[in-house]
Write a protein that binds this ligand. Sequence first.
Ligand code: SF4
Length: 451
Amino acid sequence: MKIAIVNPPFFKKVNRDYNYCNFDNALHYPIWLSYLTCLLMNKGHEPVLYDLIADDMDLEKSVSRIEFDSPEIIVVQASVHTLEFDLSFMYLLKKRIDSVKIIVVGDLPTISPGSLLVDNKFIDFVCIGFFDYSVLQIIDYIKTDKLDFASIPGTGFRRADEGIEVNCSRNFGLPDLSGKKLSHVYRKFLNYRKYSFEGSLSPVIAVQTSRGCDSLCSYCVNARIFCNDERIEFPVNDVISELDHIVENFSEIREIYFDDINFHSSSKRTLDICRAIKKKKYPFQWSANVCPDIDVKVLQEMKSSGCRMLNVGLESLDPSVLELYNRNVDIPSVTDFIENCINLDITLNAFFMIGSPLEKRYNLRMILDMVKKYRKVNFIVQRLVVFPNTVLFKEASEDLILAEKTYENLKYYTIERPEFTSEHMKTFMRLFENQKVSFPVIKEIKNFLFN
Ligand code: SF4
């Protein structure tokens, strides 16, 4: 049975796993689809993975390419931001490939599984949350003519009589890596030299050590909605066995990117991974996404095992905003974390989100003060995007401060308040970007902040 696993094309280098546009022209691996491909291979299927963003193909060429290979099942990852485009892509595939079955995975079907099926007759199945084993079961059932799709957790489908059924229980489980490794998938289907992360060394390879996060941030779509507040972790031995395979097969690799939502869950686990890496004396350095809650001893061990760069979400320096976000961090420990990373010479990309329902101009001044104080840190300011179904989305809808926007074909929601409008934020973000290279602009920012 021919199976296509597809990251659909788009106008920009979007990351559908984390629902954002990449910076610095970076191109992220389609990591969730790669793990799915790996699982299907290990279970005896012969899927083909297509990353049409990496191939820089337009809609028509992308559809023609898949049509030419005429798969019987197509798994498409769709996201809230790229909704319209992803639907057009699937519509065309269904129209042009006879009897093809379309399975949709990702945050879009997780947020609205039933309505996605009701509104789009060209979709046959949707998967909710972690989709590896839901997709595997759907394919196995189709292959063996077993029609009891309702028994598959985390799945919605269209019955023969056009009725819709959704089984909202979740299908957790880590993909089986006992045979093929993730890096087999990269070698077979992707050109690893094309991929990069913001600030990463090249060539870089992405792997996961875990999925989900134990924190309960009110705005988080990945951990809270997609992973349903669950965190599961690959055994450390499996992580090391994947790294061994990478070193054997990609000799020139310079960096490993641990593409977890949050790499660090406990000191013990992080130390276990670092010590296992250190023992191996790998030739690469590594980077990861973390929260600013790692103590200095763990950071030291991370550094000595090759940690070169960390991406950290600081989000805000205002305690009331952090409380609204349900962030379990305090400002003194954030500054300790930053100073520890600087002292250990770990490159830090630190992210702020502005535009919360409690945002004040004063908050922007605090960000600016921090930027000036820690010149070695690469600070990035982004606008808060509120995802459907999150706690923050529900609260903002009730307060009538939610605004739907479209920007360069991306659809998203933000907070709009008269005292803190889009124009205020755009101005600040433009000035913030400029001030990184030009001192006089700092004056301009001050005018903006204090006038
Ligand atoms: S710490 Fe990060 S990954 Fe975890 S819930 Fe908060 S925003 Fe999501």
